[in-house]
Write a new protein. Structure first.
Length: 320
């Protein structure tokens, strides 16, 4: 199901619905954001999405919209278009979202995991354009990943492939929210950076402006303050981000040995904070790979940034 005419891309999260009109070249022509009612009834959550779509259609009345692409947190079934049970969308359990939107608008609709969709947008129009074998990771509050081969999302047998954030690199490590031990998400996403920083202070007095930024409250230290301190030249903040980069290098070594991608793209707020360390990650990769040519793989920052979900939703229904 693809089209080259303008489409609507919808990014559904636990607190917001971002929606935009996207053309066949991946340009976001207009966009809006609305609150998401995720903790009420299934119908109220659906109405949040409908309100967003109706609004963007009303301001783009001169353009004929030919399809709607939806992306949302998993787990979901991209084949049936059913949202299964995402933790931050508790109103929806086995909810036929794609069918409901199709019924409302009488247009072709596709639904996919937000990281998968963002990966496809980067492969078609963004940082990974021109590459055949793409591994994409978005690093923020969690770590989501997507795999795109020859401009097609790799879903696996059941549609659940691509959960790279829950690859364990330490089976003695802390318990992840998914129930496994030592997943890269629990070790290197935003909350983990905050934990690592707080541990530095609880283990002894450290000279760092991180504590000043937290107004002396160790419990208030999070990844944002670490990033702010690093930007100001703080040595402890650098140490924390170097440790995080080292963990990501170990993880990406496993990914490279498994997939042998020809590009790795990273998006999300934490990835942006870690961008100065991308060269360090690349330098370390050969230590964690059997693949002797791992250092040849470009490690790139994503093109779409905060608009990844809108572009990703559109990529599901736009042809190249």
């Amino acid at each position: 199901m693809t089209t080259s005419a303008p489409v609507i891309g919808v990014d559904i999260g636990g607190t917001k619905v971002a929606v935009g009109i996207v053309d066949g070249d991946g340009r976001i022509l207009s966009q809006q954001r609305f609150p998401m009612i995720a903790n009420s009834t299934p119908e109220a959550a659906l109405q949040s999405v409908v309100t967003a779509i109706d609004s963007i259609r009303s301001v783009s009345i001169s353009q004929t919209i030919s399809a709607i692409g939806l992306c949302a947190p998993g787990p979901l079934d991209p084949i049936t278009g059913v949202v299964v049970n995402p933790p931050n969308l508790p109103a929806w359990r086995s909810f036929p979202l794609a069918a409901k939107i199709t019924e409302a608008y009488k247009l072709p609709v596709k639904l996919d995991n937000d990281a998968n969709a963002a990966a496809l947008a980067e492969a078609r129009w963004g940082a990974a354009r021109g590459y055949r074998y793409v591994f994409y990771a978005t690093i923020g509050t969690g770590i989501g990943t997507g795999i795109v081969f020859d401009n097609r999302i790799y879903h696996g047998r059941t549609g659940a492939a691509g959960e790279g954030g829950h690859v364990s690199i330490d089976y003695h490590g802390p318990k992840c929210h998914c129930g496994k031990l030592g997943c890269i998400e629990i070790l290197a996403a935003g909350p983990a950076i905050g934990v690592r920083a707080r541990e530095k202070f609880s283990s002894g007095s450290r000279n760092s402006i991180i504590l000043d930024l937290a107004k002396g409250n160790v419990d208030a230290i999070d990844s944002h303050l670490v990033g702010e301190a690093y930007a100001a030249g703080d040595s402890l903040a650098r140490e924390i981000l170097e440790e995080t980069s080292h963990l990501l290098a170990i993880w990406l070594g496993t990914i490279v040995d498994l997939l042998d991608p020809d590009v790795i793209v990273m998006g999300g707020g934490v990835a942006a904070m870690l961008q100065p360390f991308f060269s360090d990650i690349k330098r370390q990769l050969p230590q964690w790979c059997v693949n002797s040519r791992a250092s040849e793989i470009p490690l790139l920052m994503a093109h779409y940034g905060a608009d990844a979900g809108i572009a990703g939703g559109a990529a599901l229904v736009v042809s190249t």
